[in-house]
Design a protein around this ligand. Structure first.
Ligand code: ATP
Ligand code: MG
Length: 581
């Protein structure tokens, strides 16, 4: 645990959406938060209405909603009015093809404007939207479409031919496949249908509890679960966008996540649009130079990304920023994995702002614990619970769940259920869903600690915790210490069985460019870790790897490191990104 604090200037506080955390926390209510949206008559709601239509109705149709940056340098702007008309057309196309309220519409495509139009048009039509990573292979696509009972799919001709055509006879509920380009047998080509469709569409008035989104978890700990979210979730998306990301109308906001991962939908579509920002969508994959160019050229003011990307930027070094002017940047946030204190301190030096870590899960639908624009940052801490969110550290036994009130206690991170974006189920896994809720708590499966000041610190996933010679060791602590070493780009830490100690700490390390995996460096790293962590917690062994196995959402798959170490079956690897060892 780092004891450094990054203090926020009082002037910042005045400008932030939440100038004083304690006051907002005391006065906040979800009923008020709902009133920040416009809703539809008779208590009905539709996410797409809040994201687009109400802004157009209020006269903001001319503001750019989405600025798309193509891989090859093309650029396309859609203002709120364009987005309204395009999503209306898409909703009409769905209707014309016989898709009704409640039908499930999947997307399998890269980050192109059509994906965003499809997502919001689907919601307008009252259908359920389920995005998939375009890089998934046929089997992960099939299993997710089968679990969700996909009725329609929107994809490209190329992806269809390579990945979906061979699956069709195994997906009896799949009625319509829309191709955004080209043609294929038994598919409909979308562009002519879009051109022919009317520009008017009466957005479906949904019950707040109607299903809106289906998201699959990252598969870090096992087989991905299908998580159900409802239209009411928009209240939490909007509120957390405002408080945790400090989004203000007119911001130039860039969320680097793909909509195939929940972050790319909750914070790559819904929260930004409901807060009426201009969002940047980059079609290309990570590249440090390209990313810095985008930040500068587009004048990005709020940037939301993930620890893997931040570590890659660190690996590229501060010189990659060069002479670029990034002074428009006002707020930077990170999610998905623990953010090493080193990364927070580094960002503060390079950008003049720290990355603000925040914590949530596919299941929570929105950010639950965060570092805020006007609150001091303790590097390595996830921050404090959002207003309206009660988080606790609990001890879980067979018979009961008890809150550990004493600061510094490590236990399971739990939340009091009831916020609007809480999952409404794991599809077809009722028993598993029920198991998450006990004695008035939602149990997250993550271990954490709360300090004297109420800041939460991530310790590890319950599954990843290492028990060595009577010590409980969270891999994050060990990985963060290793990352402090100048040679280390990334580290993944696991426990391997040992007769005397129970488990021994073992680290897998990827090096920065210019460093060679020598015996000498290994000894140096072992020594560095021992000095930082003490002999009980420091790794006993270090193995060098070119890359660490990660999910497509960028999370280190420790269970895979472990399975490979022990020669056990690899389990579900549908979300694994190709990993060079
Ligand atoms: P699966 O549930 O399929 O194993 P997953 O848990 O990785 O996959 P997500 O819902 O995408 O799927 O990720 C949520 C998890 O990511 C959290 O439970 C936590 O373990 C981790 N996480 C997210 N944000 C943070 C953070 N700021 N610090 C530490 N861990 C985080
Ligand atoms: Mg999970």
């Amino acid at each position: 645990m780092s004891n450094q604090i990054i203090r926020k200037a009082p002037s910042l506080g005045k400008a932030a959406n939440m100038p004083d955390y304690n006051i907002t926390r005391r006065t906040f209510s979800w009923v008020d938060a709902k009133s920040w949206l416009s809703g539809l008559p008779d208590g009905k709601l539709n996410i797409a209405h809040e994201a687009i239509d109400r802004h157009v109705a209020a006269g903001h149709g001319g503001q750019i909603a989405l600025r798309w940056l193509g891989k090859e340098g093309t650029r396309r702007d859609l203002n709120y009015l364009d987005l309204q008309l395009q999503t209306n057309r898409f909703a009409n196309v769905l209707r014309n093809q016989g898709l009704c309220r409640g039908d499930r519409v999947y997307a399998l495509m890269g980050r192109t404007p059509e994906l965003y139009i499809a997502a919001l048009g689907t919601l307008k039509a009252g259908c359920v939207f389920c995005p998939l990573f375009s890089a998934f292979g046929p089997e992960p696509i099939h299993s997710r479409m089968e679990i969700g009972g996909a009725n329609a799919l929107i994809t490209t001709a190329r992806l269809y031919k390579r990945k979906v055509a061979g699956l069709r006879n195994r997906l009896p509920e799949l009625r319509t496949i829309f191709l955004t380009d080209g043609e294929a047998a038994d598919c409909v080509t979308l562009p002519p249908l879009m051109r022919a469709a009317p520009e008017d569409f009466a957005t479906e008035a949904m019950d707040p509890e109607d299903m809106a989104l289906l998201h699959f978890t990252s598969g870090t700990t096992g087989k991905p679960k299908g998580v159900v979210h409802v239209h009411e979730a928009v209240v939490a998306h909007h509120m957390t966008g405002r408080f945790a990301l400090d989004l203000k109308p007119g911001d130039i906001y860039w969320c680097t996540a793909d909509p195939g991962w929940v972050t790319g939908t909750s914070y790559g579509i819904i929260a930004p649009l409901t807060n009426r920002v201009t969002m940047i969508v980059d079609e290309a994959e990570f590249d440090a130079g390209r990313w810095y160019d985008i930040l500068e050229r587009e004048g990005v003011t709020v940037w939301y990304t993930a620890p893997t990307a931040i570590r890659m930027l660190m690996k590229a070094g501060p010189e990659a920023v060069g002479a670029r002017d990034l002074s428009a940047l006002r707020f930077m946030a990170s999610v998905g994995e623990p953010l090493n204190p080193e990364a927070v301190i580094w960002s503060n030096e390079v950008f003049g702002h720290p990355f603000h870590d925040n914590w949530w899960q596919t299941e929570t639908g929105g950010i639950m614990i965060a570092n805020y624009a006007a609150m001091d940052v303790k590097p390595g801490s996830m921050g404090k619970p959002l207003p309206g969110i009660e988080a606790g550290i609990v001890e879980v036994t067979e018979t009961k769940v008890t809150e550990a009130k004493k600061p510094g206690t490590i236990g399971e991170l739990a939340l009091r259920p009831g916020w609007p974006s809480m999952m409404r189920g794991y599809l077809h896994e009722e028993a598993r869903y029920k198991k998450c809720f006990r004695d008035g708590w939602y149990l997250s499966g993550d271990l954490a600690m709360r300090d004297d000041d109420g800041y939460f610190w991530f310790v590890g996933r319950a599954d990843d915790l290492i028990k060595s010679a009577g010590h409980l060791i969270g891999p994050f602590e060990v990985e963060s210490a290793l990352i402090e070493h100048e040679a280390v780009a990334e580290a993944g830490v696991i426990g391997v069985p040992d007769e005397t100690a129970g488990e021994l700490v073992k680290a897998y390390v990827a090096l920065k460019p210019g460093y060679e995996p020598t015996e000498e460096l290994k000894l140096d790293l072992l020594g560095h870790a021992r000095k930082r962590l003490g002999p009980a917690v420091a790794p006993k062994d270090i193995v060098f790897r070119k890359n660490l196995p990660k999910t497509r959402s960028g999370k280190i798959m420790r269970r895979l490191l472990k399975a490979r170490e022990l020669g056990l079956p690899e389990g579900d690897i549908s979300t694994l990104e190709s990993d060079e060892q």
